[in-house]
Design a protein around this ligand. Structure first.
Ligand code: SF4
Length: 282
């Protein structure tokens, strides 16, 4: 099976049900640690670390780092050996099953990205907070402003923009990066969130296909198929959430990460099993 076998009304029914279920998927709450809300570069470092490892560990790293440095000024942050620091911090926090070569890749990529981003701000003479002005921004302006930061790719830029939109609309109660900007720039808010496309990763591709009855990918794997499905997923996100298409990511990513294992999906507990045509629920 694939989406090609479905009539528009069948696709629309699934979209409607997902819209009803959305409230069951709370936006991720970030740690409330004061370092994240006080220092300009702390949310940026949390954002960069938030990949492959546990999200709460990623966002707790700035606090751990601050306790070591006792400062968070740019000059001190630029002198840190992030590979060494992250290795020490993650020693007891690596996700189960993350292999040694994956860990090494994470350490290399993340440490380089943090350094690259900090260097960008040094050259610009700005911080992640003063990068924005005291006015309202269209979502796509936020997206492209974030994309200028070295190491912030399309997916991260899209996720941070989505969180800023959620915070502007009150869907998120707090967000350290947004809240720091808002404290300094009270007129800051993000509008026209409906124009932002959802980020698409391997979990999204997998769950989208499984909802439409295709359980296994071709020999390219879900990752290799990513570009084959982008247009269908974006169109489906607009059909499901005309107000904010990025909301679909919240559902598909969460289900893919939490229930929809590649080999042994936990369909019995999956919150969208009723609309999934690959469900193995008894
Ligand atoms: S019902 Fe099963 S196969 Fe379908 S999305 Fe949920 S976990 Fe995946």
């Amino acid at each position: 099976m694939s989406i090609k076998k479905y009539s528009f009304s069948e696709i629309h029914r699934k979209a409607e049900r997902l819209r009803e279920l959305w409230r069951k998927f709370p936006a991720t709450a970030l740690p409330k640690d004061g370092v994240l809300y006080e220092y300009d570069f702390a949310p940026l470092i949390g954002t960069i670390c938030d990949e492959q490892i546990n999200s709460s560990d990623a966002w707790s790293f700035p606090r751990w780092l601050y306790d070591r440095l006792r400062t968070f000024d740019l000059t001190s942050l630029l002198s840190v050996n992030y590979r060494k620091m992250l290795r020490e911090y993650l020693k007891t926090r690596w996700p189960k099953g993350m292999k040694k070569d994956q860990r090494n890749k994470y350490l290399l990529k993340t440490s380089r990205t943090i350094k690259g981003a900090l260097t960008f701000f040094k050259e610009e003479g700005k911080t992640p907070i003063t990068l924005f002005e005291n006015r309202s921004y269209k979502a796509l302006e936020v997206y492209f402003t974030l994309r200028r930061i070295s190491g912030i790719g399309p997916k991260k830029a899209s996720m941070v923009t989505r969180d800023f939109i959620y915070r502007s609309l009150g869907i998120l109660r707090e967000h350290p990066w947004y809240d720091q900007i808002k404290t300094k720039m009270p007129a800051f808010k993000v509008i026209e969130g409906n124009l932002l496309d959802m980020p698409i990763d391997v979990h999204v591709v997998k769950v989208f296909n499984r909802i439409f009855g295709r359980f296994r990918p071709s020999n390219k794997g879900w990752y290799g198929e990513l570009s084959d499905h982008i247009q269908d997923i974006l169109a489906f996100s607009k059909l499901t959430f005309q107000d904010l298409p990025v909301k679909l990511d919240q559902i598909l990513w969460y289900v893919g990460h939490t229930y929809c294992n590649e080999w042994k999906p936990n369909c019995g507990k999956c919150p969208i099993s009723e609309i999934c045509d690959s469900s193995m629920k008894q």
